[in-house]
Design a protein around this ligand. Structure first.
Ligand code: CDP
Ligand code: CDP
Length: 225
């Protein structure tokens, strides 16, 4: 099968990382979580007392930051300057601030360039907010994956409960809505469905059903190209 690129965009909690990782495994492709890159910069900024709203300081910090997306025992790991930060970048403080980091043009330009290099040889499933519109506008397969906000909040709630973290579902819903607003209303490459993307509403679909549809789209995309 030809090594095409599969771009998956959509709002928080739509299931992008879960299904992108599974589809990549099934296809023998590499999974690239671009959100993890914005989170790693945000984590490093907070650790260095740099305000994620300050684009100039963030730019300097990012110039001296190495981000690697790797795999260990089949699960994706995020390495920042040699340190495994996979768990740290999911901290609520990072989640609250990441959309500020992601709103700056200079930060996006740098990270988009890195993401394009990772996909240059094809054979990736990349998820994010601007993959089909800006990072890989020529991707052979594009999916816009979404679900109702109540369902997305419920999914996040179930995840937190499974980890034994006490959580308020209304607060989670509010956090998701705030982030959706920042991501869809920002000036630079906002979250938006690419014109040639397939719209997939996963509100009532199982993970397996979504993976199957993405897999089939990838096979068709590879045949066409
Ligand atoms: O997994 P979750 O949906 O919570 O978010 P994520 O994919 O880890 O992305 C975190 C944040 O990074 C998003 O809310 C966006 O603000 C930003 N992001 C972006 O702007 N562009 C991307 N390609 C990926 C993430
Ligand atoms: O990456 P994104 O923020 O879009 O979503 P995620 O981090 O993959 O989280 C989605 C959560 O919903 C995970 O706990 C999945 O197990 C669950 N889920 C899903 O991804 N897709 C469905 N169709 C149903 C549930």
């Amino acid at each position: 099968m030809k090594k095409v690129n599969v771009a998956i965009d959509g709002p928080a909690g739509a299931g992008k990382s879960t299904v992108a990782k599974m589809a990549a495994e099934k296809l023998g492709f590499i999974y690239i979580d671009t959100g993890a890159m914005y989170r790693a910069v945000t984590w490093k900024a907070l650790n260095n007392h740099v305000d994620p709203r300050d684009d100039q300081s963030l730019e300097t910090l990012l110039k001296h930051t190495e981000i690697q997306l790797t795999q260990k025992n089949g699960s994706p790991r995020v390495i920042c300057d040699g340190q495994d930060v996979t768990e740290q970048i999911r901290d609520p403080s990072v989640t609250r601030n990441v959309s500020f980091t992601a709103s700056h043009r200079n930060i996006r330009e740098d990270l988009v360039r890195r993401q394009q290099q990772l996909a240059a040889k094809g054979g990736t499933v990349m998820d994010g907010r601007d993959i089909g519109t800006a990072v890989l506008p020529d991707a052979e397969v594009k999916v816009f994956l979404t679900a109702s906000v109540n369902e997305r909040a419920r999914r996040r709630y179930d995840e937190q409960v499974a980890k034994g973290i006490p959580t308020d579902i209304d607060e989670l819903k509010q956090e998701i809505e705030n982030r959706d607003k920042l991501d869809t209303e920002r000036e630079v490459t906002p979250l938006k469905q690419a014109e040639d993307a397939v719209y997939l509403d996963s509100t009532k679909l199982s993970i397996e059903e979504v993976v199957k549809q993405i897999y089939q789209l990838a096979v068709k995309g590879a045949d066409r190209s």
